[in-house]
Design a protein around this ligand. Structure first.
Ligand SMILES: Nc1ncnc2c1ncn2[C@@H]1O[C@H](COP(=O)(O)OP(=O)(O)OP(=O)(O)O)[C@@H](O)[C@H]1O
Ligand SMILES: [Mg+2]
Length: 180
């Protein structure tokens, strides 16, 4: 096995349609191409696999984030790089994930709500505005932006590929991965 950096977690947080999944998918092959074992824990996919019993109220979202953090911890402590793409709207859940995982890089995908709503990849902003769904983050459920994320990504200014490159540069600059 290729020796890489010790495991750590890259945790992408941001509003629905901010770009978390898109950026994570750009990032993943760039890490594996360097011989490291990385994997994507995407909120939607993990919900289907691990949290199908949970809804979207605060307690459920916290429980879901806790399960994702647990999986990420196992991967990171085995030398892998889990990339988490999860709205994770509450500071307390992200702080809990940070303290459980330890080696934790919080990446704030900082896309403003108006831009996210314009993108509306899954049509859920429209449904939330129409009252067809409730407790939708950014519309009638809060999103608490990180106060001190290790990395912030501006998807208005950067393309998905540029966003991934920005994250890689910052990871190297902050000593999480060696400079290529
Ligand atoms: N720099 C960028 N980074 C990421 N996505 C971008 C960027 N610029 C434009 N986009 C577009 O924004 C959309 C982001 O959707 P994506 O599914 O990645 O969001 P998400 O944060 O995973 O949302 P959700 O929380 O609902 O899963 C995509 O259509 C993508 O093409
Ligand atoms: Mg997503």
């Amino acid at each position: 096995m290729t020796r890489g950096p010790p495991g750590f977690c890259i945790w992408l947080t941001g509003l629905p349609s901010a770009g978390k999944t898109t950026i994570a998918r750009e990032l993943l092959p760039r890490l594996t191409a360097r011989g490291w074992y990385a994997d994507l824990l995407d909120g939607d996919e993990v919900r289907r696999g691990l949290s199908a019993d949970l809804g979207f109220d605060r307690k459920s979202r916290e429980a879901h984030a806790g399960r994702v953090a647990f999986c990420a911890k196992l991967l990171a402590r085995n030398g892998a790089i889990p990339i988490v793409a999860l709205i994770s709207p509450y500071r307390t859940s992200r702080a809990a994930a940070r303290s459980e995982i330890g080696r934790f890089v919080e990446v704030y995908v900082s896309t403003p709500v108006a831009v996210c709503e314009e993108r509306d990849v899954k049509g859920l902003y429209r449904k939330a505005r129409a009252g067809e769904i409730t407790a939708f983050t950014g519309v009638d459920d809060p999103y608490e932006p990180p106060d001190h994320p290790e990395i912030t990504v501006d998807t208005v200014r950067l393309s998905p590929a540029e966003s991934a490159e920005h994250i890689l540069r910052e990871l190297a600059r902050q000593g999480w991965i060696p400079t290529p």
